[in-house]
Design a protein around this ligand. Sequence first.
Ligand code: NCD
Ligand code: ZN
Length: 345
Amino acid sequence: MKEITITAPDDWHLHFRDNDLLAETVPATARCFKRAVAMPNLVPPVINAEMALAYRTRIKAAVPEGQSFEPIMTLYLTNETSQQDIIEAKDANILAAKLYPAGATTNSDKAVNAISTLYPVFKTMSDQGMLLLIHGEVTESHVDIFDREKQFIDDYLIEITQRFPDLKIVFEHITTADAADFVLAGSENIAATITPQHLLLNRNDLLVGGIRPHNYCLPVLKRDTHQKRLCEVAVSGNNKFFLGTDSAPHTREAKESNCGCAGCYSAWGAIELYAQIFDDLGALNKLEGFASHFGADFYGLDRNNEELTLVKDAWLMPELIELSNKQKIVPFHAGQSLAWQVKVK
Ligand code: NCD
Ligand code: ZN
């Protein structure tokens, strides 16, 4: 049996959702992560400091007794976001704001449809030292869904990075070699998160032998050459790439539907899956940087003091998670074996 001890990790991108669901999602993440960046795409979205602080209180109330866990709050940018909103958010210790192009993903209909109109807001964010988190996909209907991330780089990201060289940007959940190479070639102010599903899977896992709705997330899984490039940069030890699960629960009915929702609920096996990926790639010694150091460094926060031990001891992800209201969620990797588990102290 193998064991590895690392600085306690953080999740730099996930979706807790709200209200009753917090009793499921917050403990599932707090069991292995000390902090997590809470995405603001609630209904209605988290658009100002007051809403973010109230949401933070609801998340904190769901942290199990005796555990230390800190949500990192974010603001949802809309066409109406003002420079004043940013200043107030920064004063309230909200570290980042999220840019969703309108219509790009789950609950993004209130988001931004003319990115350049937000340039004054980006300027204020840059001055205030607030991070810009980007869902990098164009939404024009004529653009093929597999090309939307690359097109976003060409149409928007190149210009944003050139205009705002001091703005810290996280290119979230990257899915292509193009995105990995863009981040690599960029300044020290651009970094990226990578999910377990984009390291483990490619589009064959979505479409061959039948449609697999539980592997459907956005940005959509790409071809295997992209998956391989993401794996290369994730295990490279380069501090521009760090952990962000994008854990995003939807009910079973919402996923297994005529028009299924995008999002994989990976919290139950998050750090374990990354350990498996790094182990399979012969790079377990690079897991700690990716999972526990680089994200905190990029956000300008201290690294965690605690440690987490993982043991190589196989277990099965349940087929189904049942919520107290009887709704069911199919977790990512349901019914499959995971090689690593968190050692309980
Ligand atoms: C996320 C969700 O369900 O909120 N879905 C997803 O497929 N990743 C939204 C997002 O991060 O795009
Ligand atoms: Zn997300």
